[in-house]
Design a protein around this ligand. Structure first.
Ligand code: X8Z
Ligand code: ZN
Length: 477
């Protein structure tokens, strides 16, 4: 099993795409897809990367069999049940909880999909993107069509301007990978966290080394259960990695917060909490008030920028929801033996189309293994954690803004510099996994359940606006 895991991981992290005579790494391709608006080029890059995963299928099938053997020895029916057993409730109830949360947010996603599809149709024409049905997966500014913020320029409201563009500002202000991480650290220290240890800066990998192959997918590490925390990433200077820097450091600050717990409790309240800490910081850090304090924008835009801002956020946070559901829905089916290797790819696209309303740019080869083109499948890392984080981070944010006594539009709230809120937040993180997660959630928010209303309330003004914009469209797919 260890050998298979290394094989799959290696195929993923060393995969190259040959395009226009150049050999491109995944981060090169991802970078091109952020800004390319040429459908032929996008299709070539998308197909090129998905071809990398083809040789994984057989070994992946063997991994599933071995993982299931282990899960059964531990008393679980299959690995999917084992993975669903981590949330202080029976595995079936957890699956129902995910379904409940998704069902609550689905109408908002459909609204967003409908609006985006119409704008893409106007940009590319019927032959590339029809006005009805699913969206072509390569047109959304992201290899996995999981977050769509990079095509905001194609979707911006006609008469309302966001007022700034973060990526060029970062470039203009001479940001580099270290400055991204320093800036993220600054958010945490402003709310009372101790600065990162010097070893973080000397031992982390923040850019892609030129002399060897590395796994570039960003991750955060706790090496000694004490202070030797590190990030491994290949940051580039753009809005995505500005956010990712906050995300990764969230893992490290959480690790340090629970370092005095007993060994068994040195982990997140659940894995979704671990992902949500940095996302919560990122939500605060993207607000115009804070960006102004950093000198990244000249002026805080007026109320006319609220809808554009919410749209920009929804393209990342709302668009992500169905993707974050299907990655493990697919694996739950696979681990349960409901989907066999010959149907891996079809089952993947059935879910992608049903939940996300997207389709591949052209029909897929019969031996394709498109799930393997996503790091978390190739490296066998569970994914529902990111769905949970997408919910928790808005619950954290809503509670933080309440604690801070914020009264303006919620999207403008930032608790930057608020040590009182920071202390409450750290008290939750210090608990590690010593208590069931509802206790941890309650310690900071006063709430004990996963609650989609925090996301829904945050985006409510946008949802109304989208409904209005979509008048006359045939939404759904
Ligand atoms: O894998 C990550 C982090 C590392 S835990 C960079 N994320 C998911 C992804 O990239 O697919 C963060 C958002 C979702
Ligand atoms: Zn993470």
């Amino acid at each position: 099993m260890a050998k298979i895991k290394v094989d799959l991981k290696t195929i993923y992290s060393t995969g190259k795409v040959t395009y226009q005579g150049k050999s491109l790494t995944l981060d090169d391709v991802v970078d091109l897809m952020r800004s390319s608006r040429d459908p032929a080029e996008l299709k070539a890059l998308w197909e090129g990367w998905h071809a990398v995963a083809r040789p994984m299928r057989n070994e992946y099938g063997r991994l599933v069999g071995l993982a299931n053997e282990g899960a059964r020895e531990l008393g679980y029916t299959d690995t999917g049940v084992l993975w669903r057993s981590w949330y202080d409730m029976p595995p079936d109830e957890f699956a129902q909880t995910v379904e409940r949360l998704w069902t609550q947010l689905e109408p908002m996603y459909e609204n967003l999909q409908c609006y985006v599809r119409a704008r893409l149709n106007e940009k590319y024409g019927d032959a590339v993107q029809p006005r009805t049905g699913a969206i072509r997966a390569d047109l959304l500014g992201d290899m996995w069509a999981q977050s769509w913020g990079n095509i905001y320029d194609l979707l911006a409201p006609k008469n309302a301007d966001l007022g700034y563009d973060l990526t060029p500002s970062l470039v203009k202000q001479n940001y580099d990978a270290v400055k991204l991480a320093r800036t993220a650290e600054n958010f945490y220290t402003s709310i009372g966290f101790a600065p990162l240890p010097e070893t973080f800066w000397s031992r982390s990998m923040l850019v892609r080394p030129r002399d060897r192959e590395v796994d570039c997918h960003a991750s955060a590490w706790d090496i000694d259960d004490k202070n030797d925390v590190r990030v491994k990433a290949c940051f580039r200077v753009n809005a995505d990695d500005f956010f990712t820097a906050h995300h990764e450091l969230g893992h490290n600050f959480y690790q340090r917060a629970y370092q005095d717990q007993a060994t068994l409790f040195k982990s997140g309240a659940n894995d979704g909490f671990h992902e949500a800490v940095g996302d919560f910081a990122g939500l605060n850090a993207l607000t115009p008030n804070y960006l102004k304090q950093l000198g990244l924008i000249d002026e805080v835009p007026g109320p006319q920028a609220d809808i554009p801002y919410l749209l920009r956020m929804a393209l990342d946070k709302v668009a992500f929801l169905p993707f974050a559901v299907i990655v493990d829905k697919w694996r739950w089916q696979v681990f349960a033996g409901e989907v066999t290797p010959d149907r891996y790819n079809d089952a993947w696209w059935a879910l992608r189309t049903k939940y996300q309303g997207i389709v591949p740019p052209a029909s897929r080869p019969s031996d394709a293994f498109d799930p393997g083109a996503k790091m978390h499948i190739a490296s066998n890392i569970p994914y529902t954690r990111y769905f949970l984080a997408d919910i928790y981070e808005f619950q954290f944010y809503r509670a933080a803004c309440r604690l801070a006594g914020w009264s303006g539009p919620v999207n403008r709230c930032t608790i930057y510099g608020n040590e009182e809120v920071g202390a409450r937040f750290q008290a939750m993180l210090r608990m590690g996994s010593s208590k069931p997660w509802p206790d941890a959630l309650e310690a900071f928010t006063g709430e004990r359940t996963l609650d989609a209303s925090a996301v829904a309330d945050y985006f409510a003004p946008l949802d109304r606006w989208l409904t209005d914009q979509n008048k006359g469209e045939k939404c759904g797919w």
